[in-house]
Design a protein around this ligand. Structure first.
Ligand SMILES: Nc1ncnc2c1ncn2[C@@H]1O[C@H](COP(=O)(O)OP(=O)(O)O)[C@@H](O)[C@H]1O
Ligand SMILES: [Mg+2]
Length: 269
């Protein structure tokens, strides 16, 4: 009796986590120049977790990620239907404000793109354009975020140096700090370690794992070992469709769908 109650409780907790998702995608379809790229996506992404989107090249991972901050809107010839709810609010609603939506999302791209300015100014940039003028507060934000990405000790003596003089790995952490400085709720990453050496990759992975206590994180990766190391949940996309979504160990070690099985065994790349 006792044992069955505790099992039930664990399951119930799981269901509750998914019943109040941070991001909920409903009947999402994306067409680019007449070609169906994403087909009837339905998905709930829980908060304070890392979800990895995996799948072969060209299956729609980047497009799906870009629907979450409406970056996909900028694609020529795009048509979007369905909804993406963030905290229950549809970001594709007619009255939704793109600037407001993007402020909630920090995006870490494949290669670091530091702004052509100093290390300090890179982090202060976001808060400044959102109206922060208080110099003391800006200094505080810069220090806090550089500490958050483990960069403070490395750069505190040269905050005025150009960001482009940092190593690629440091630049990517700086870009993460720049994103965090505008207080997003969600961090999106698209193959964010693909330009990095193994040590910098590990640093970024560890940071993301630590940051999930405060953020919801959605990553695109084609590296299965990375997905296994960092994610709580995995979404397998194939040919624009969600094939499987579940806990990392379930999807990678015990996939239910035959195509997922083929993919995790390395038969499809
Ligand atoms: N701007 C675009 N114009 C035309 N086709 C595009 C564009 N962006 C993506 N696609 C097509 O959409 C499909 C999915 O692309 P993408 O989301 O980049 O896949 P992935 O990130 O999984 O490699 C591909 O067939 C790609 O050619
Ligand atoms: Mg991609």
């Amino acid at each position: 009796m006792h044992a069955s109650t505790s099992i039930q409780t664990a399951e119930t907790q799981d269901l509750v986590a998914l019943a109040t998702p941070h991001i909920q995608i409903k009947d999402l379809n994306v067409t680019i120049e007449g070609k169906r790229i994403l087909k009837n996506i339905n998905l709930s992404i829980p908060n304070n977790s890392v979800t990895s989107i995996i799948g072969p090249s060209g299956c729609g991972k980047t497009t799906l990620l870009k629907t979450l901050n409406r970056l996909v809107d900028d694609t020529k010839g795009v048509e979007i239907s369905g909804s993406v709810l963030v905290n229950g609010e549809d970001i594709y609603a007619k009255d939704a404000e793109v600037t407001h939506i993007r402020k909630k999302m920090g995006l870490l791209s494949q290669k670091p793109f530091p702004l052509p300015m100093s290390i300090f100014e890179n982090v202060a940039y976001g808060p400044r354009i959102h109206g922060e003028r208080n110099k003391k507060l800006l200094k505080q934000i810069v220090e806090t975020q550089l500490r958050n990405v483990g960069l403070w000790e490395e750069v505190k003596e040269r905050l005025d140096a150009s960001a482009t003089r940092l190593s690629i790995g440091q630049q990517q952490r700086l870009c993460l700090a720049r994103g965090l400085a505008v207080q997003p709720e969600i961090i999106l990453g698209d193959e964010s370690t693909s330009a990095l050496d193994p040590i910098s990759t590990q640093t970024i992975e560890n940071l993301l794992i630590e940051l999930k206590k405060d953020y919801t994180i959605v990553l695109v990766t084609h590296i299965l070992r990375q997905a296994r190391r960092v994610s709580d949940y995995i979404l397998f996309v194939y040919n624009g469709e969600v094939v499987e979504f579940g806990k990392t160990e379930d999807v990678l070690l015990n996939p239910q769908n035959e195509i997922t099985q083929q993919y995790v065994k390395g038969f499809i790349s």
